[in-house]
Design a binder for this molecule. Structure first.
Ligand code: SF4
Ligand code: SF4
Length: 93
């Protein structure tokens, strides 16, 4: 069996850019409502209207929490906890 790690999966098509996930994640890391500390970033391109959601390197999928903070607060439910193949062993099955 290959190695998998948990990660946040985002479907940006339903994102309303409410920024609740950035606030929740910033609070998770800093205990303040500080989105600059967030390890999830949401950006809407004003020219195209397209939304880009990036989960940054420091995200640990809210280790120790049953449902990650960002997933809990995302009302349109465009965030979910999924799995990706570990970078350390990309070729394993
Ligand atoms: S899973 Fe936790 S650490 Fe990762 S982006 Fe969401 S709130 Fe932040
Ligand atoms: S909480 Fe959900 S809808 Fe709001 S900005 Fe984050 S991903 Fe988008």
């Amino acid at each position: 069996m290959g190695a998998f790690t948990e990660t946040i999966i985002a479907d940006a098509r339903g994102c309303t850019t409410c920024m609740a996930c950035e606030l929740a994640c910033g609070f998770r890391w800093s205990k303040k409502m500080d989105p600059s500390q967030s390890t999830i970033r949401v950006h809407r391109n004003d020219a195209t209207g397209l939304v880009d959601i990036q989960v940054l390197e420091g995200c640990d999928s809210c280790s120790g929490v049953e449902i990650p903070y960002c997933v809990v607060v995302c009302a349109p439910q465009v965030l979910s906890l999924g799995r990706k193949r570990s970078k350390k062993n990309p070729g394993a099955l």
